[in-house]
Design a protein around this ligand. Structure first.
Ligand code: FA5
Length: 332
């Protein structure tokens, strides 16, 4: 019997090791340990043996049974772990694969210009302030020294809002009203920039849009001069465009600055493009904001943000920025 059991154990061990999947292990388990297995059958025959023999044969059967259980358990664990590795492998998602060819958007070139300019001025010690897009007549014109009925108001093709008294509320035509709001609420010294969206009933063409963006600058301090203004414009335009560009300051007129000038930059074709207006804050404007012009002087400038982007990126038509053709916009 011992010999038979040894041979049975050897065959069973070989079959267990050769099992290729858990179903096969399950079948072997039933065959080797079930009611009709060699072990169970041998156990049933124990009753016909002498007491001593029965005890030895019984012990040996239990050992073989335990060994078979150990071998089956071991193979089961091995196959389960193989199966898990297999499943993980087949379910693995290659995320780099998914991402390939997918195009990510980015911020619009005007937004990036806005942020870039803010960064330049913050680096020069300026604060950034924003004001309302719907303005009252006082902040957009009156406080800026445009008397009522003065032809200077025609410089800005104003879009009025049907609210309150006739022509009392409007879509701001420039960012200069934010100067007034800053002077009304903050005492000097003031070093602020005010970017924002502005509106005029202008017809869209290569250099004009009815809705566009400006960045206003305002400095109010003691002993501020036109030289400080020119130096500031030189510093920020050089930082924005790099040193290699040609520009000029040309005398001009704004009711809220005296003297006033316009800043132009030379295009690749040799023509000049006006980028902004500037000047020394008019004494009447300082007074309207409760500041004594004998004590405080200031300078201000207002640049077309979209035109700055146009020049920096070599775009020749402003309308391209707002057609929302992503093939065009994705270049910047
Ligand atoms: C003004 O708006 C003044 N507030 C600027 C200023 C501020 C002067 C502070 C003095 C002191 P102007 O109308 O020239 O000025 O406009 C300023 C800039 O806005 C222009 O130089 C141009 O770059 C831009 N701009 C004007 N109109 C349009 C438009 N329709 N589309 C796009 N950009 C425009």
């Amino acid at each position: 019997m011992d010999h038979d059991l040894d041979a049975h154990l050897a065959d069973a061990a070989a079959a267990i090791v050769a099992a290729v999947d858990l179903d096969e292990v399950r079948a072997l388990d039933a065959e080797l340990l079930g009611r009709r297995s060699v072990i169970s059958t041998a156990k049933k025959r124990l009753g016909g043996l002498e007491a001593d023999e029965r005890r030895d044969a019984g012990r040996r059967l239990n050992e073989v049974r335990a060994e078979l259980e150990r071998l089956l358990d071991g193979r089961r664990t091995e196959l389960e772990s193989d199966e898990r590795v297999h499943r993980l492998e087949s379910e693995r998602l290659d995320l780099t694969e998914l991402d390939r060819g997918r195009r990510l958007g980015h911020r619009h070139v005007v937004t990036r210009t806005w942020e870039h300019l803010e960064d330049l001025f913050v680096g020069m010690g300026y604060t950034v302030v924003e004001g309302p897009e719907i303005e009252d007549e006082w902040h957009n014109f009156g406080a800026l020294n445009f008397p009522l009925g003065h032809p200077a108001r025609d410089m800005y093709d104003t879009l009025y809002v049907d609210y309150g008294e006739s022509m009392s509320t409007l879509l701001r035509t420039h960012t200069s009203p934010v100067q007034i709001r800053v002077m009304e609420t903050t005492g000097p010294p003031i070093y602020s920039v005010m970017p924002g969206r502005v509106f005029r009933s202008d017809t869209a063409d290569a250099t004009h849009m009815p809705v566009f963006h400006q960045i206003e600058g305002l400095v109010v301090d003691r002993d501020t001069t036109f030289g400080d203004l020119a130096g500031t414009i030189q510093a920020f335009t050089a930082a924005y465009f790099g040193a290699d560009f040609e520009s000029r300051l040309r005398p001009s007129y704004f009711p809220f600055t005296e003297p006033s000038a316009e800043f132009d930059i030379r295009r690749p074709d040799g023509s000049w493009l006006e980028l902004g207006g500037c000047g020394m804050v008019h004494p009447e404007v300082l007074r309207a904001c409760g500041l004594d012009p004998e004590e405080w002087q200031g300078f201000a400038f207002g640049f077309g943000l979209d035109r700055l982007a146009l020049m920096r990126h070599g775009i020749d038509d402003l309308r391209e920025l707002f057609r929302n053709d992503h093939r065009f916009l994705s270049q910047f």
